[in-house]
Structure formats: structure tokens, C-alpha cells
Design a binder for this molecule. Structure first.
Ligand code: FES
Ligand SMILES: [Fe+2]
Length: 426
């Protein structure tokens, strides 16, 4: 079987593996360019991105409660490769290539609950939930020389959970998860997201490249014009950068506030949150494919599943905290509708972005240091994957804090004190 690493070696003649292709991205933010149109519309770039980005990163494939019992099984496509995720009899997560070791037949079509085995529909070779080949009907009688079933278990795939997410890595040598997410685990520790439960999942196909959707999420430059309603409860002046070391781009809104439309603040908050978490919204793009919004009383997750250069499946899930008092259905539906309205506005503008980039003639523009610094960080993560750098971005520097906000989990600006504690309001 050809591994993603071998495929990468074969594809290494691409111009995108050279630093020369990323000069506009590698400049400091004050001089940096946006990405070229080819990164969003070119199918050759997209195919290489599948291997170099989605084939080497920790990629989210679902929420942890999609796999909450022995036999729970999901089937996902990552970098064009079909993967089975399941829990074995001991409740341990397992990942496998979705191909029989006899003659390669696809084993499973879709999410399901398995008994104790995975059985190939063709000749009924059967695997246990650790991937071991445990049955080969009529095969032993055929007199095959030197056949040892232990040599023909399912090919494993690295799988892990982090916070409320299930992630896989197709690389032969996956980066350590703790390094991949860096300090974000600590930043989010107070929420205990691993215990939150999915309340609702919906998905939609968007006619835009996955990076346009992520970039739009990462910047609040567009807030006032694309989301006139949201900007009343998530004011531009209350946004701050929220990025330490790790493969993520983040911002925090501190404090979140209710104005004419307070739909997202009607449900009770999770128990045990500290003052900062209780007052904030965390908006974090996990590289490469999760857009995570953490509010005191709910979480909204958008998982991006690229289809081709110009289209993306977006899977939206709302999660609620485990220990909250009874949630009123009407309050939850108001929260849902709030996000659907916001998302509808975002989808409209990113599809226009895709249309403009696909028209031809676009040359890379400039980025706003105040509003689009996370995009610069994101573009450099992308460049790193293409050029083979395994670096994890460092945290924010301190010299521009008055512009970008400061501190890990800042307190609301009104808590600012002369001693320097709290948040500097830009
Ligand atoms: S291909 Fe699966 S048992 Fe033959
Ligand atoms: Fe938006």
C-alpha cells in the first residue's frame, strides 16, 4: 500500500513546496500579502493540499459522543481516503483504512453500530474491532502457502480525542497531540469540553474553498457590514487576539454582551466557569478544519470537509454543558436560529469571495494588521505544511498588545486596574 508519505515524495516537484512560492505569506504582517487565487480555485493545488495538509495534520472527523459506546462506528473521508473509526470491546478508539485485506473491497459505507466484528461483504473475511483478521471462510481449505492471518489485519490509522473532538492523522509519524494544540488545552481547561454533549447537528454544502470559510471565521473585520445583528452583541471593540503556541488561530470577545438580540445568552451558563470564561466568547480555528465557538452556555462547532477546490461540506453541531440546569427548548432553538442567521450571512459572502477569485485576474491584496493577523498566522501554517516545516507557531508577541488585546483568558475590560491586570481596551 502506498502511504501518504510516499505519495508526498512522488509529488515533491510541485512549485508549492518551495519557499519561493510563499514570499508574500512569509513577510511580516505589515508587509504580507493574501494568498494567490490558485490556492482557492486550482484543483491541482487542492489535490496537493489533501496530501500535504490533510494527509499530515491532526484532522477532526467528528465529536466524541458520536463514538460513545463499544461498536459505535463512523466512516469518514480524509484527504480522499476512506477511514473507519470505532470503539473496541474495551471502549478504546480504533481507526482503520476502509479496505479489506483480501482484495481491497470497501468494508463499510456509512456510520453504524457494529457488533463485535467488521465483515467484508465480498468473501466474508472478518475482522475484530482491533482490526485483527479473525475469519476467512473456505480459505484454509484452499491450500494457500504460508498464509498467516496475523499478517492481514486492517491497516491502522492514528486516532485520538482532544477536548470534545475525535481526530485522526494519516501520517506515519503523527505530531504529538500535546504539541499540536500547545497551550490551547490549558486555555480551554475551565470549560471541561470533553463532557459536553451534542444537542443538534446539521450540515450544508457551501460553494467556497474550505480556507475561505476558515479565514472568514478568523477575522472580525467584516462584522459590522456582514453581521449588523451580531455586531450588537459581539462588538468589534470587545475582540482580542487569543493565540498562544499551537496550531490554532483565535480571538476572544470579552465581554460578550446582550443588546437588542440576546438569543445566545438566554440559556443558563455551564457550572464552575471562572470570571473570564463566564464573560467571554472564544472563537478558535483549529488547524486545519474546525471552527470552534465557545460561549458560557453552549458551543457551536463547524467542521469543514473539503469536497473540491470550490466547495466544502460544513457540518454544524451545537453542544451543551453537562451540568447546566434544564434547558428550555425555546431558548435552545433561539440560540440555534441566531447561529443559522449568522452562518447564512457568512456563507453568502464567502461564496461571493469564491466567485471573485475564480473569475481570474486577482492578484494578492494586503492584510489588515488590526483585524486579519490570524489569517497571516493561518497562511503561514499552510505554507509550513507545503514546504515540509513541522514547526508549531509560537504565541503572540507582546509589543503590539494594545492593538491586538492581551493576556491568556483576559478579564473584561472594566476589570482593568492601574496595576496592569485585566484587559487593555484598544
Ligand atoms: S475482498 Fe474482502 S473478503 Fe474478498
Ligand atoms: Fe462572519
Amino acid at each position: 500500500m502506498t502511504s501518504p508519505t510516499e505519495v508526498l515524495d512522488q509529488a515533491s516537484d510541485s512549485r508549492w513546496v518551495s519557499e519561493a512560492a510563499w514570499t508574500g505569506t512569509r513577510r511580516p504582517i505589515l508587509q504580507a500579502n493574501a494568498l494567490p487565487a490558485a490556492c482557492y480555485v486550482d484543483e491541482a493545488f487542492f489535490n496537493e493540499e489533501k496530501l500535504r495538509v490533510f494527509g499530515t495534520s491532526w484532522v477532526c472527523v467528528g465529536l466524541h459522543d458520536e463514538l460513545d459506546a463499544p461498536g459505535s462506528t463512523i466512516v469518514r473521508s480524509v484527504a480522499g481516503q476512506s477511514i473507519i473509526l470505532t470503539r473496541n470491546a474495551n471502549g478504546e478508539l480504533r481507526g482503520f483504512r476502509n479496505a479489506c485485506r483480501h482484495r481491497g473491497t470497501q468494508l463499510l459505507d456509512s456510520d453504524c453500530t457494529l457488533g463485535s466484528t467488521i465483515r467484508c461483504p465480498y468473501h466474508r473475511w472478518t475482522y475484530d474491532l482491533d482490526g485483527l483478521l479473525v475469519a476467512t471462510p473456505l480459505f484454509a481449505d484452499a491450500g494457500v502457502d504460508g498464509f498467516d492471518p496475523s499478517d492481514y489485519g486492517l491497516h491502522p490509522v492514528c486516532v485520538t480525542t482532544w477536548q470534545c473532538f475525535v481526530l485522526i492523522c494519516l501520517s506515519d509519524e503523527p505530531p504529538p497531540v500535546a504539541e499540536w494544540f500547545g497551550d490551547l488545552d490549558g486555555r480551554l481547561a475551565g470549560y471541561g469540553l470533553a463532557d459536553w454533549r451534542s444537542q443538534l447537528t446539521q450540515s450544508i454544502t457551501i460553494n467556497a474553498n474550505w480556507k475561505l470559510i476558515s479565514e472568514n471565521f478568523q477575522e472580525y473585520y467584516h462584522l459590522r457590514w456582514i453581521h449588523p445583528e451580531l455586531s450588537k452583541v459581539s462588538r468589534v471593540e470587545d475582540h482580542y487576539r487569543y493565540q498562544g503556541n499551537g496550531m490554532y488561530c483565535g480571538q476572544t470577545t470579552t465581554p460578550i454582551s446582550a443588546d437588542e438580540r440576546g438569543d445566545w445568552s438566554t440559556m443558563p451558563p455551564a457550572e464552575g466557569l471562572n470570571e473570564s470564561d463566564l464573560a467571554s466568547g472564544r472563537f478558535i480555528a483549529l488547524f486545519p478544519n474546525v471552527l470552534l465557538s465557545v460561549l458560557p452556555n453552549h458551543v457551536f462547532v463547524m467542521r469543514l470537509d473539503p469536497i473540491d477546490a470550490g466547495s466544502t461540506r460544513e457540518i454544524c453541531t451545537w453542544l451543551l454543558p453537562p451540568a447546566a440546569p434544564e434547558v428550555d427548548d425555546g431558548d435552545f432553538l433561539a440560540t440555534r436560529d441566531f447561529w443559522l442567521d449568522i452562518n447564512h450571512e457568512d456563507i453568502g459572502i464567502v461564496q461571493r469571495g469564491q466567485a471573485g477569485l475564480a473569475t481570474g485576474g486577482y492578484t494578492p491584496g494586503r492584510l489588515s494588521p488590526r483585524f486579519e493577523e490570524p489569517l497571516h498566522r493561518f497562511h503561514n501554517m499552510l505554507a509550513d505544511r507545503f514546504t515540509g516545516s513541522s514547526q508549531i507557531p509560537t504565541g503572540d508577541e507582546s509589543d503590539d498588545l494594545p492593538i491586538h488585546g492581551n493576556g491568556v483568558n483576559p478579564l473584561p475590560w472594566h476589570a482593568h486596574t492601574p496595576t496592569g491586570e485585566g484587559t487593555v481596551r484598544p
